[in-house]
Design a protein around this ligand. Structure first.
Ligand code: C2O
Length: 548
């Protein structure tokens, strides 16, 4: 591999959307941010310079950061934030993975405007395991608020209520013609007939899973979270925040000059308030010579998207995602399990703080937790505390392997709403084979949770609706070709089981990729200890690692 250098200047920029101009945080003045391109095996040196008044930190979502945990980026987990006027060089190699990922800010809600694609191409002369596309096009889904990001955060945090819902969804930062004064801000994909296009789809939205579809065209899913999958066709794909998906689009042999709508809108299980608008873009066939001068108006084709709460679609679609699992791309599913964990994930209610007006039911505010523990962000980074043996007062290692009261979802709230808070982690010896069942509680309202794990890919060996049954379900686990991902949607009122080998020393965040749930505490961390051999140890931090 080669070394590639990037310079990211974090700076303010005025951007106009939906008839309003606001000042947003950007990288190099670009919105969305610049695309990072590398080949598998390359080293990336990304110098991030903070010109803002805010603290900042960037995360390379889905990059496994093998023995480079100092470059992972979540604030107060692997590093202290980069302060005003300071810089930090993120130094890591993209190894053993190729495909589409993305980078985003990992502090507060700043990722609402600070994000961009990461494209990892296969090594030279390594073809894709599908026909070589004519062109590749990243499409990043985002969310846009007219209000200031600060106000949106305050709404969710101070008042303990539902956050301000976004005013638009976007494709590559563009809302498109279904929103007010946005026709000029429309994502357009110009294509030639009878070609294949690789669309690199990224859901960088903050709080919404999204259905995506192109009118009259079937998509072939070939990759999820930068892992090749057994190709399958679908008219609609579903992507949670934190997930990425490569799909092939085969253009038709007809329809010169024809235009088709590209659309995305949320999948949401709660009837509560969410942004249920639709972002649209245009798939435009280039005109043929004979049609160039004829101003022939062809009808605009519109895609059909599932109902907002179509959980059946979600379960069916996710079930189709299978690892290639062939000799060239084997699925290295852990066959042994050293430690089993059962985590309940969900929302809860806490008493309203004094002198606040809270927006939860009966004078409460929303919180979220894993095994009834709401994670409290420490004042210094977990990874430093661990590496220098200074965990005292920073974190404790008593994160529970099971919920305090056996979870049993019956449709009415069980008596295990009591939430405690703390900076608790799970310590794992090097190479521990972990099996983790994530059970959604849906105590407060129907909710799904896209759970994201840093530092590893995991295999989704099982999923189901209702209560996980430790006797009935494990014998049905798929240990042959399960999806290998970094983010999995835990279904509303259901569960997923994942497996991974903890062979990457460091402090690894795991959290819901709905920003609002993360803020409410649906997060925890694993600390993976060094192994015995030199190549099983985390090297010391770089000298420019930011200080708290
Ligand atoms: Cu994409 Cu911890 O995040």
């Amino acid at each position: 591999g080669i070394t590639r250098h990037y310079k990211f200047q974090i700076q303010l920029q005025n951007v106009t959307r939906l008839c309003q101009t606001k000042t947003i945080l950007t990288v190099n003045g670009q919105f969305p941010g610049p695309r990072i391109i590398a080949r598998e095996g390359d080293r990336l040196l990304i110098k991030v310079v903070n010109h803002l008044q805010n603290n900042i930190s960037l995360h390379w979502h889905g990059v496994q950061q093998r023995r480079s945990g100092w470059a992972d980026g979540p604030a107060y987990v692997t590093q202290c934030p980069i302060q005003t006027g300071q810089s930090y060089v993120y130094n890591f190699t993209v190894e053993g993975q190729r495909g589409t990922l993305f980078w985003h800010a990992h502090i507060s809600w700043l990722r609402s405007t600070l994000y961009g694609p990461i494209v990892i191409l296969p090594k030279t002369h390594q073809p894709y395991p599908f026909p070589q596309p004519f062109k590749e096009v990243p499409i990043v889904f985002g969310e846009w608020w007219k209000a200031d990001t600060e106000d949106v955060i305050n709404q969710a945090m101070q008042n303990g209520g539902a956050p301000n819902i976004s005013d638009a969804f976007t494709f590559n930062g563009l809302p498109g013609p279904s929103y007010n004064c946005s026709a000029q801000d429309t994502f357009k994909l110009k294509v030639k007939p009878r070609k294949s296009y690789l669309l690199r789809l990224i859901n960088a939205a903050l709080n919404d899973e999204l259905f995506f579809s192109i009118a009259n065209h079937t998509l072939t899913v070939v990759e999820a979270d930068a892992v090749y999958v057994k190709p399958f066709k679908s008219d609609v794909v579903l992507i949670t925040p934190g997930q990425t998906m490569n799909v092939l689009l085969h253009t038709k042999s007809i329809s010169p000059n024809a235009t088709f709508l590209i659309a995305a809108r949320p999948y949401a299980t709660a009837p509560a308030a969410f942004d249920n608008t639709t972002v649209t873009g245009l798939l435009e066939y280039e005109p043929t010579k004979s049609l160039l001068n004829k101003n022939k108006k062809l009808p605009l084709h519109k895609p059909v998207l599932p109902r907002f709460n179509d959980t059946n679609f979600s379960i069916k679609f996710n079930g189709k995602i299978r690892s290639l699992a062939n000799s060239k791309f084997p699925a290295k599913v852990p066959m042994r399990v050293d430690r089993r964990f059962f985590f309940t994930v969900g929302l809860g209610l806490l008493p309203c703080r004094k002198n606040r007006s809270c927006q939860g039911p009966n004078n409460t505010r929303f919180s979220a937790s894993i095994n009834n523990v709401t994670f409290v962000q420490p004042n210094t980074a977990l990874l430093q505390a661990h590496f220098f043996n200074k965990s005292n007062g920073v974190y404790t290692t008593d994160f529970p392997a099971n919920p305090p009261i056996k979870f049993n979802y019956t449709g009415t709230p069980p008596k295990n709403l009591m939430v405690s808070s703390g900076t608790k982690v799970v310590m794992l010896p090097y190479n521990t084979a972990v099996e983790l069942v994530l059970q959604d509680t849906s105590i407060v309202t129907a909710e799904s949770h896209p759970l994201h794990l840093h530092g590893f890919n995991f295999f989704v060996v099982g999923q189901g609706i209702g209560n996980f049954d430790p006797n009935r379900d494990p014998p049905k686990f798929n240990l042959v070709d399960p999806a290998e991902r970094n983010t999995v949607g835990v279904p509303s009122g259901g569960w997923v089981a994942i497996r991974f080998i903890a062979d990457n020393p460091g402090a690894w965040f795991m959290h819901c990729h709905f920003e609002v749930h993360t803020s409410w505490g649906l997060k925890m961390a694993w600390i993976v200890q060094d192994g015995k051999l030199p190549n099983q140890k985390l090297p010391p931090p770089p000298s420019d690692l930011p200080k708290c």
